[in-house]
Design a protein around this ligand. Structure first.
Ligand SMILES: Nc1ncnc2c1ncn2[C@@H]1O[C@H](COP(=O)(O)OP(=O)(O)O)[C@@H](O)[C@H]1O
Ligand SMILES: [Mg+2]
Length: 451
Protein backbone atom coordinates (compact mmCIF):
# COMPACT_ATOMS: atom_id res chain seq x y z
CA UNK A 1 0.00 0.00 0.00
CA UNK A 2 1.27 3.46 -0.84
CA UNK A 3 1.76 5.60 2.24
CA UNK A 4 3.26 8.71 0.69
CA UNK A 5 2.76 9.84 -2.86
CA UNK A 6 4.18 13.02 -4.36
CA UNK A 7 3.29 13.84 -7.94
CA UNK A 8 4.81 16.43 -10.25
CA UNK A 9 6.23 18.29 -7.30
CA UNK A 10 7.90 21.63 -7.89
CA UNK A 11 9.43 24.06 -5.47
CA UNK A 12 10.65 27.25 -6.97
CA UNK A 13 12.27 29.92 -4.81
CA UNK A 14 12.32 33.53 -5.89
CA UNK A 15 10.26 35.72 -8.21
CA UNK A 16 7.84 34.48 -10.89
CA UNK A 17 7.69 31.01 -9.38
CA UNK A 18 4.54 29.99 -11.30
CA UNK A 19 5.98 31.16 -14.55
CA UNK A 20 9.13 29.21 -13.84
CA UNK A 21 7.05 26.03 -13.45
CA UNK A 22 5.45 26.67 -16.86
CA UNK A 23 8.87 27.04 -18.40
CA UNK A 24 10.08 23.83 -16.77
CA UNK A 25 7.02 22.07 -18.15
CA UNK A 26 7.98 23.34 -21.59
CA UNK A 27 11.37 21.69 -21.15
CA UNK A 28 13.52 24.60 -20.10
CA UNK A 29 16.63 23.76 -18.08
CA UNK A 30 17.26 25.03 -14.59
CA UNK A 31 19.91 27.47 -15.77
CA UNK A 32 17.71 28.82 -18.57
CA UNK A 33 14.83 29.37 -16.18
CA UNK A 34 17.12 31.04 -13.68
CA UNK A 35 18.43 33.40 -16.33
CA UNK A 36 14.96 34.21 -17.68
CA UNK A 37 13.08 34.64 -14.40
CA UNK A 38 15.64 34.88 -11.62
CA UNK A 39 13.87 31.98 -9.89
CA UNK A 40 15.59 28.89 -8.55
CA UNK A 41 14.10 25.48 -9.28
CA UNK A 42 14.97 23.70 -6.03
CA UNK A 43 12.75 20.72 -6.89
CA UNK A 44 11.63 20.12 -10.45
CA UNK A 45 8.87 17.71 -11.42
CA UNK A 46 9.60 15.12 -8.74
CA UNK A 47 7.49 11.99 -8.36
CA UNK A 48 7.90 9.80 -5.34
CA UNK A 49 5.91 7.03 -3.78
CA UNK A 50 6.75 5.33 -0.52
CA UNK A 51 5.06 2.11 0.46
CA UNK A 52 3.85 1.40 3.96
CA UNK A 53 6.77 0.03 5.97
CA UNK A 54 9.32 1.06 3.36
CA UNK A 55 12.61 2.78 4.12
CA UNK A 56 12.95 5.11 1.17
CA UNK A 57 16.21 6.99 0.74
CA UNK A 58 16.62 10.32 -1.04
CA UNK A 59 20.23 10.70 -2.02
CA UNK A 60 22.13 13.47 -3.74
CA UNK A 61 24.86 16.04 -3.30
CA UNK A 62 24.39 19.10 -1.17
CA UNK A 63 22.04 21.55 -2.87
CA UNK A 64 20.37 18.92 -5.06
CA UNK A 65 16.98 19.58 -3.46
CA UNK A 66 16.61 16.69 -0.99
CA UNK A 67 15.53 18.74 2.02
CA UNK A 68 13.20 20.86 -0.03
CA UNK A 69 11.55 17.79 -1.50
CA UNK A 70 10.99 16.17 1.88
CA UNK A 71 9.79 19.39 3.46
CA UNK A 72 7.00 19.47 0.93
CA UNK A 73 5.77 16.12 2.28
CA UNK A 74 4.75 17.61 5.63
CA UNK A 75 4.24 21.08 4.14
CA UNK A 76 7.10 22.77 5.92
CA UNK A 77 7.31 24.05 2.35
CA UNK A 78 4.23 24.58 0.24
CA UNK A 79 4.78 23.07 -3.19
CA UNK A 80 4.82 25.63 -5.97
CA UNK A 81 3.01 22.99 -7.99
CA UNK A 82 2.08 19.34 -7.64
CA UNK A 83 0.38 17.26 -4.99
CA UNK A 84 1.27 15.25 -1.91
CA UNK A 85 -0.90 12.50 -0.52
CA UNK A 86 -0.29 10.83 2.82
CA UNK A 87 -2.27 7.68 3.47
CA UNK A 88 -4.82 8.80 0.91
CA UNK A 89 -5.19 12.34 2.30
CA UNK A 90 -4.32 15.25 0.04
CA UNK A 91 -1.87 17.16 2.22
CA UNK A 92 -1.71 20.08 -0.16
CA UNK A 93 -5.28 21.00 0.84
CA UNK A 94 -4.98 20.79 4.63
CA UNK A 95 -5.60 23.91 6.73
CA UNK A 96 -3.38 25.10 9.56
CA UNK A 97 -4.95 23.04 12.32
CA UNK A 98 -5.04 19.87 10.24
CA UNK A 99 -1.39 20.40 9.38
CA UNK A 100 -0.40 20.79 13.03
CA UNK A 101 -2.25 17.58 13.83
CA UNK A 102 -0.49 15.81 11.00
CA UNK A 103 2.94 16.91 12.22
CA UNK A 104 2.13 16.08 15.84
CA UNK A 105 0.64 12.70 15.06
CA UNK A 106 1.23 10.88 11.84
CA UNK A 107 4.44 12.42 10.55
CA UNK A 108 7.50 12.99 12.67
CA UNK A 109 10.62 14.76 11.45
CA UNK A 110 14.19 14.04 12.53
CA UNK A 111 16.93 16.51 11.67
CA UNK A 112 20.66 16.37 11.22
CA UNK A 113 21.25 17.91 14.60
CA UNK A 114 18.41 17.01 16.85
CA UNK A 115 17.54 20.15 18.68
CA UNK A 116 17.85 18.79 22.18
CA UNK A 117 17.33 21.19 25.05
CA UNK A 118 20.57 21.07 27.03
CA UNK A 119 18.94 22.19 30.29
CA UNK A 120 16.24 19.53 30.09
CA UNK A 121 16.57 15.90 31.14
CA UNK A 122 16.83 13.13 28.58
CA UNK A 123 13.34 11.99 29.56
CA UNK A 124 11.85 15.45 29.05
CA UNK A 125 13.69 15.76 25.76
CA UNK A 126 12.34 12.44 24.57
CA UNK A 127 8.82 13.35 25.67
CA UNK A 128 9.01 16.76 24.05
CA UNK A 129 7.39 15.80 20.76
CA UNK A 130 4.34 14.63 22.68
CA UNK A 131 3.55 17.96 24.33
CA UNK A 132 1.62 19.06 21.31
CA UNK A 133 -0.46 15.90 21.35
CA UNK A 134 -3.44 15.48 23.61
CA UNK A 135 -1.60 13.11 25.93
CA UNK A 136 -1.40 13.50 29.71
CA UNK A 137 1.91 13.71 31.48
CA UNK A 138 2.09 10.14 32.81
CA UNK A 139 1.38 8.71 29.41
CA UNK A 140 3.91 11.04 27.79
CA UNK A 141 6.61 9.86 30.16
CA UNK A 142 5.67 6.25 29.73
CA UNK A 143 5.94 6.52 25.96
CA UNK A 144 9.21 8.43 26.23
CA UNK A 145 10.68 5.82 28.60
CA UNK A 146 9.71 3.07 26.24
CA UNK A 147 11.26 4.88 23.27
CA UNK A 148 14.48 5.57 25.20
CA UNK A 149 14.71 1.92 26.07
CA UNK A 150 14.19 1.03 22.42
CA UNK A 151 17.24 3.06 21.41
CA UNK A 152 19.34 1.63 24.25
CA UNK A 153 19.24 4.56 26.68
CA UNK A 154 17.79 2.83 29.73
CA UNK A 155 19.11 4.49 32.85
CA UNK A 156 19.91 7.83 31.24
CA UNK A 157 16.47 9.35 31.73
CA UNK A 158 17.52 11.76 34.49
CA UNK A 159 20.71 13.00 32.83
CA UNK A 160 20.87 16.29 31.03
CA UNK A 161 21.24 16.36 27.27
CA UNK A 162 24.49 18.31 27.58
CA UNK A 163 26.03 15.35 29.43
CA UNK A 164 25.63 13.02 26.45
CA UNK A 165 28.00 12.38 23.54
CA UNK A 166 26.93 13.33 20.03
CA UNK A 167 25.96 9.76 19.20
CA UNK A 168 23.84 9.43 22.31
CA UNK A 169 22.15 12.72 21.62
CA UNK A 170 21.17 11.41 18.21
CA UNK A 171 19.63 8.42 19.96
CA UNK A 172 17.54 10.74 22.07
CA UNK A 173 16.40 12.50 18.93
CA UNK A 174 15.47 9.16 17.42
CA UNK A 175 13.66 8.22 20.63
CA UNK A 176 11.76 11.49 20.47
CA UNK A 177 10.56 10.67 16.98
CA UNK A 178 9.65 7.12 17.97
CA UNK A 179 7.82 8.24 21.12
CA UNK A 180 5.28 10.12 19.03
CA UNK A 181 4.34 6.76 17.53
CA UNK A 182 4.17 8.46 14.16
CA UNK A 183 3.65 6.09 11.23
CA UNK A 184 5.92 8.19 9.08
CA UNK A 185 9.42 9.40 9.86
CA UNK A 186 11.10 12.03 7.73
CA UNK A 187 14.79 11.90 8.52
CA UNK A 188 16.95 14.68 7.11
CA UNK A 189 20.58 13.54 7.24
CA UNK A 190 20.19 12.42 10.84
CA UNK A 191 23.59 10.74 11.00
CA UNK A 192 25.66 13.06 8.82
CA UNK A 193 27.29 14.89 11.70
CA UNK A 194 28.38 11.72 13.47
CA UNK A 195 31.82 10.20 13.26
CA UNK A 196 31.95 7.09 11.06
CA UNK A 197 31.87 4.40 13.74
CA UNK A 198 28.98 5.91 15.64
CA UNK A 199 27.26 6.56 12.35
CA UNK A 200 27.50 2.87 11.57
CA UNK A 201 26.08 1.97 14.96
CA UNK A 202 23.16 4.29 14.40
CA UNK A 203 22.54 2.79 10.97
CA UNK A 204 22.51 -0.66 12.52
CA UNK A 205 20.14 0.53 15.22
CA UNK A 206 17.82 1.98 12.61
CA UNK A 207 17.88 -1.23 10.57
CA UNK A 208 17.11 -3.22 13.70
CA UNK A 209 14.30 -0.92 14.84
CA UNK A 210 12.83 -0.79 11.39
CA UNK A 211 12.71 -4.57 11.08
CA UNK A 212 10.31 -4.53 14.02
CA UNK A 213 8.53 -1.20 13.77
CA UNK A 214 7.98 -1.18 10.02
CA UNK A 215 7.50 2.58 9.79
CA UNK A 216 7.29 4.38 6.51
CA UNK A 217 10.53 6.32 6.40
CA UNK A 218 12.04 8.87 4.07
CA UNK A 219 15.71 9.08 4.89
CA UNK A 220 17.87 11.78 3.34
CA UNK A 221 21.57 11.32 2.87
CA UNK A 222 24.41 12.50 0.65
CA UNK A 223 26.34 9.33 1.52
CA UNK A 224 25.98 6.63 -1.11
CA UNK A 225 27.12 3.83 1.17
CA UNK A 226 24.59 4.88 3.76
CA UNK A 227 21.90 4.95 1.09
CA UNK A 228 22.85 1.50 -0.15
CA UNK A 229 22.94 0.09 3.35
CA UNK A 230 19.62 1.46 4.54
CA UNK A 231 17.40 1.93 1.52
CA UNK A 232 14.72 -0.46 0.37
CA UNK A 233 14.67 1.93 -2.56
CA UNK A 234 16.70 4.99 -3.38
CA UNK A 235 15.87 8.12 -5.31
CA UNK A 236 18.95 9.84 -6.70
CA UNK A 237 18.60 13.63 -7.06
CA UNK A 238 20.61 16.04 -9.12
CA UNK A 239 19.97 19.76 -9.56
CA UNK A 240 16.40 19.50 -8.32
CA UNK A 241 15.41 16.49 -10.36
CA UNK A 242 15.11 12.84 -9.48
CA UNK A 243 17.42 11.07 -11.89
CA UNK A 244 16.48 7.55 -10.90
CA UNK A 245 14.44 5.65 -8.34
CA UNK A 246 15.15 2.01 -7.71
CA UNK A 247 16.35 -0.70 -5.41
CA UNK A 248 20.02 -0.47 -4.41
CA UNK A 249 21.22 -3.24 -6.67
CA UNK A 250 19.16 -1.86 -9.56
CA UNK A 251 20.78 1.56 -9.16
CA UNK A 252 24.14 -0.09 -8.97
CA UNK A 253 23.86 -2.49 -11.85
CA UNK A 254 21.56 -0.46 -14.04
CA UNK A 255 22.17 3.26 -13.60
CA UNK A 256 19.62 5.25 -15.62
CA UNK A 257 21.88 8.20 -16.38
CA UNK A 258 25.54 9.01 -16.75
CA UNK A 259 25.33 10.99 -13.55
CA UNK A 260 24.02 8.05 -11.52
CA UNK A 261 26.64 5.79 -13.08
CA UNK A 262 29.34 8.24 -12.05
CA UNK A 263 27.92 8.53 -8.58
CA UNK A 264 27.80 4.81 -7.93
CA UNK A 265 31.10 3.97 -9.58
CA UNK A 266 32.96 3.57 -6.33
CA UNK A 267 30.38 1.98 -4.14
CA UNK A 268 31.37 -0.99 -2.09
CA UNK A 269 29.63 -3.68 -4.05
CA UNK A 270 29.80 -6.32 -1.35
CA UNK A 271 27.10 -4.49 0.56
CA UNK A 272 24.56 -4.71 -2.19
CA UNK A 273 25.59 -8.00 -3.64
CA UNK A 274 22.79 -10.02 -2.10
CA UNK A 275 22.83 -13.70 -1.39
CA UNK A 276 20.32 -14.23 -4.18
CA UNK A 277 22.75 -12.71 -6.72
CA UNK A 278 25.57 -15.10 -5.89
CA UNK A 279 23.85 -18.29 -4.87
CA UNK A 280 24.63 -21.65 -6.42
CA UNK A 281 23.07 -25.06 -6.03
CA UNK A 282 24.56 -27.07 -3.23
CA UNK A 283 26.59 -29.90 -4.68
CA UNK A 284 24.95 -32.53 -2.57
CA UNK A 285 23.19 -32.63 0.77
CA UNK A 286 22.65 -35.45 3.21
CA UNK A 287 19.55 -36.50 5.07
CA UNK A 288 19.90 -36.63 8.86
CA UNK A 289 18.79 -40.26 8.60
CA UNK A 290 21.74 -41.20 6.46
CA UNK A 291 23.78 -44.04 7.93
CA UNK A 292 27.28 -42.91 8.84
CA UNK A 293 28.88 -45.31 6.39
CA UNK A 294 26.69 -44.12 3.53
CA UNK A 295 27.57 -40.55 4.46
CA UNK A 296 31.25 -41.44 4.37
CA UNK A 297 30.82 -42.80 0.86
CA UNK A 298 29.06 -39.61 -0.24
CA UNK A 299 31.73 -37.41 1.21
CA UNK A 300 34.53 -39.44 -0.30
CA UNK A 301 32.86 -39.52 -3.71
CA UNK A 302 32.39 -35.77 -3.70
CA UNK A 303 35.75 -35.09 -2.10
CA UNK A 304 33.83 -33.06 0.44
CA UNK A 305 35.17 -33.00 3.99
CA UNK A 306 31.93 -31.35 5.09
CA UNK A 307 28.36 -31.46 3.82
CA UNK A 308 25.10 -29.76 4.70
CA UNK A 309 22.31 -31.87 6.13
CA UNK A 310 18.70 -31.20 5.20
CA UNK A 311 15.35 -32.84 5.82
CA UNK A 312 13.51 -34.12 2.79
CA UNK A 313 11.66 -30.78 2.53
CA UNK A 314 15.12 -29.14 2.36
CA UNK A 315 14.95 -27.62 5.84
CA UNK A 316 18.56 -27.04 6.83
CA UNK A 317 19.27 -28.89 10.08
CA UNK A 318 23.07 -28.76 10.25
CA UNK A 319 26.24 -30.03 8.67
CA UNK A 320 28.63 -32.91 9.21
CA UNK A 321 32.42 -33.30 9.13
CA UNK A 322 34.07 -36.38 7.72
CA UNK A 323 35.97 -37.25 10.88
CA UNK A 324 32.83 -36.95 13.04
CA UNK A 325 30.99 -39.19 10.62
CA UNK A 326 33.83 -41.71 10.75
CA UNK A 327 33.62 -41.67 14.55
CA UNK A 328 29.87 -42.24 14.39
CA UNK A 329 30.43 -45.18 12.06
CA UNK A 330 32.97 -46.66 14.43
CA UNK A 331 30.58 -46.25 17.37
CA UNK A 332 27.86 -47.99 15.40
CA UNK A 333 25.45 -44.99 15.31
CA UNK A 334 22.44 -45.70 13.11
CA UNK A 335 22.28 -42.21 11.63
CA UNK A 336 24.37 -39.05 11.46
CA UNK A 337 21.91 -37.10 13.63
CA UNK A 338 24.18 -37.13 16.66
CA UNK A 339 27.16 -35.63 14.87
CA UNK A 340 25.51 -32.60 13.30
CA UNK A 341 27.28 -29.29 13.85
CA UNK A 342 26.36 -25.70 13.12
CA UNK A 343 29.70 -24.13 12.35
CA UNK A 344 28.73 -22.35 9.19
CA UNK A 345 27.34 -19.03 8.10
CA UNK A 346 23.69 -18.77 7.20
CA UNK A 347 21.84 -15.94 5.49
CA UNK A 348 18.53 -15.03 3.93
CA UNK A 349 18.13 -14.62 0.19
CA UNK A 350 17.74 -10.85 0.22
CA UNK A 351 20.38 -10.00 2.76
CA UNK A 352 23.19 -7.86 1.38
CA UNK A 353 26.31 -9.95 1.60
CA UNK A 354 28.21 -7.17 3.29
CA UNK A 355 26.40 -7.92 6.51
CA UNK A 356 27.45 -11.55 6.68
CA UNK A 357 30.64 -11.62 4.69
CA UNK A 358 33.21 -11.40 7.44
CA UNK A 359 31.41 -13.84 9.62
CA UNK A 360 30.79 -16.36 6.86
CA UNK A 361 34.38 -16.38 5.62
CA UNK A 362 35.56 -17.79 8.95
CA UNK A 363 34.03 -21.17 8.23
CA UNK A 364 35.18 -23.93 5.96
CA UNK A 365 31.71 -24.59 4.58
CA UNK A 366 30.19 -22.27 2.02
CA UNK A 367 27.59 -19.77 3.21
CA UNK A 368 24.17 -21.40 3.46
CA UNK A 369 21.34 -19.41 1.89
CA UNK A 370 17.95 -20.24 3.37
CA UNK A 371 14.43 -19.05 2.65
CA UNK A 372 11.97 -17.77 5.23
CA UNK A 373 10.96 -21.30 6.18
CA UNK A 374 14.57 -22.24 6.83
CA UNK A 375 14.89 -24.36 3.69
CA UNK A 376 18.24 -24.48 1.97
CA UNK A 377 17.97 -22.51 -1.25
CA UNK A 378 21.61 -22.80 -2.19
CA UNK A 379 25.11 -21.95 -1.12
CA UNK A 380 27.63 -19.22 -1.79
CA UNK A 381 31.07 -20.71 -2.32
CA UNK A 382 33.81 -19.45 -0.10
CA UNK A 383 35.76 -18.32 -3.15
CA UNK A 384 32.98 -15.82 -3.87
CA UNK A 385 32.97 -14.63 -0.26
CA UNK A 386 36.71 -14.15 -0.22
CA UNK A 387 36.87 -12.28 -3.48
CA UNK A 388 34.05 -10.00 -2.33
CA UNK A 389 36.00 -9.35 0.84
CA UNK A 390 39.15 -8.62 -1.09
CA UNK A 391 37.34 -6.20 -3.42
CA UNK A 392 35.80 -4.47 -0.50
CA UNK A 393 39.21 -3.70 0.85
CA UNK A 394 40.50 -2.41 -2.46
CA UNK A 395 37.54 -0.04 -2.52
CA UNK A 396 38.14 1.07 1.04
CA UNK A 397 41.71 1.99 0.18
CA UNK A 398 40.61 3.92 -2.84
CA UNK A 399 40.50 7.13 -0.89
CA UNK A 400 36.82 7.25 0.02
CA UNK A 401 37.09 8.38 3.62
CA UNK A 402 33.69 7.01 4.37
CA UNK A 403 34.40 3.53 3.17
CA UNK A 404 37.50 3.60 5.35
CA UNK A 405 35.66 4.55 8.44
CA UNK A 406 32.71 2.24 8.12
CA UNK A 407 34.25 -0.84 6.58
CA UNK A 408 35.84 -3.47 8.76
CA UNK A 409 39.49 -2.45 9.07
CA UNK A 410 40.82 -5.98 8.99
CA UNK A 411 38.96 -7.31 5.97
CA UNK A 412 42.06 -7.91 3.85
CA UNK A 413 43.90 -9.50 6.71
CA UNK A 414 41.03 -11.83 7.34
CA UNK A 415 40.68 -12.69 3.69
CA UNK A 416 44.38 -13.44 3.40
CA UNK A 417 44.27 -15.48 6.58
CA UNK A 418 41.26 -17.42 5.46
CA UNK A 419 42.83 -18.14 2.10
CA UNK A 420 45.95 -19.44 3.83
CA UNK A 421 44.40 -21.30 6.69
CA UNK A 422 46.16 -24.50 5.74
CA UNK A 423 43.50 -25.46 3.25
CA UNK A 424 43.50 -24.37 -0.32
CA UNK A 425 40.19 -22.72 -1.10
CA UNK A 426 39.47 -25.41 -3.64
CA UNK A 427 39.31 -28.09 -0.97
CA UNK A 428 36.52 -26.60 1.07
CA UNK A 429 33.92 -29.16 0.35
CA UNK A 430 31.12 -28.04 -1.86
CA UNK A 431 32.69 -24.93 -3.18
CA UNK A 432 35.20 -26.65 -5.37
CA UNK A 433 33.38 -29.23 -7.34
CA UNK A 434 30.95 -27.15 -9.32
CA UNK A 435 32.48 -28.59 -12.46
CA UNK A 436 31.54 -32.12 -11.62
CA UNK A 437 28.31 -33.30 -13.04
CA UNK A 438 27.25 -35.07 -9.90
CA UNK A 439 24.44 -32.70 -9.00
CA UNK A 440 21.22 -34.59 -9.01
CA UNK A 441 22.36 -37.09 -11.63
CA UNK A 442 24.31 -39.46 -9.42
CA UNK A 443 22.32 -42.44 -8.23
CA UNK A 444 21.52 -41.58 -4.66
CA UNK A 445 23.16 -43.54 -1.93
CA UNK A 446 20.89 -44.75 0.75
CA UNK A 447 19.54 -41.78 2.65
CA UNK A 448 21.18 -39.13 0.52
CA UNK A 449 19.29 -36.65 -1.58
CA UNK A 450 20.89 -34.47 -4.11
CA UNK A 451 20.51 -30.78 -4.68
N1 LIG B 1 14.26 28.93 1.72
C1 LIG B 1 15.01 28.96 0.61
N2 LIG B 1 15.07 30.05 -0.16
C2 LIG B 1 15.82 30.10 -1.28
N3 LIG B 1 16.54 29.06 -1.74
C3 LIG B 1 16.52 27.92 -1.03
C4 LIG B 1 15.76 27.81 0.18
N4 LIG B 1 15.93 26.55 0.67
C5 LIG B 1 16.76 25.92 -0.20
N5 LIG B 1 17.11 26.74 -1.21
C6 LIG B 1 17.96 26.37 -2.35
O1 LIG B 1 17.37 25.26 -2.97
C7 LIG B 1 18.36 24.35 -3.44
C8 LIG B 1 18.10 22.99 -2.82
O2 LIG B 1 18.36 23.06 -1.43
P1 LIG B 1 18.13 21.88 -0.44
O3 LIG B 1 16.79 21.29 -0.67
O4 LIG B 1 18.42 22.36 0.94
O5 LIG B 1 19.24 20.84 -0.92
P2 LIG B 1 19.87 19.60 -0.17
O6 LIG B 1 19.00 19.28 1.00
O7 LIG B 1 19.91 18.53 -1.20
O8 LIG B 1 21.24 20.02 0.24
C9 LIG B 1 19.69 24.94 -3.04
O9 LIG B 1 20.20 25.62 -4.16
C10 LIG B 1 19.34 25.91 -1.94
O10 LIG B 1 20.24 26.98 -1.88
MG1 LIG C 1 19.49 19.23 3.03
Amino acid sequence: MTMIRGEHLYKVFGPQARKAVDLFEQGWTRDEVKEQTGALGAVIDADIDVAEGELFVVMGLSGSGKSTLVRMINRLHDPTSGTVEIDGVNVTELDGKELRDLRAGKVSMVFQRFALFPHMTILDNAAWGLETQQVDKDERYEKARKALSTVGLDGWEANYASELSGGMQQRVGLARALATEADILLMDEPFSALDPLIKRDMQSLLIELQSELRKSIIFITHDLNEAMRLGDRIAVMKDGRIEQTGEPDEILSNPATEYVAEFVRDVDRSRVLTAANAVQDPLVTLSPDTQPRAAMVQMRDHEAPELFVTESDRTLVGAVRDDDVAEAAKRGDRTIRDVLHHDYGQTGEDTPLGHTLLDAARYTLPLAVVDEQGRLVGVIPRVTLLSALANRDVLAEDGDPDANGSGPPDAAELAAQAANDGQPVASDGQAHSRGETTTGETPAEEGAHHG
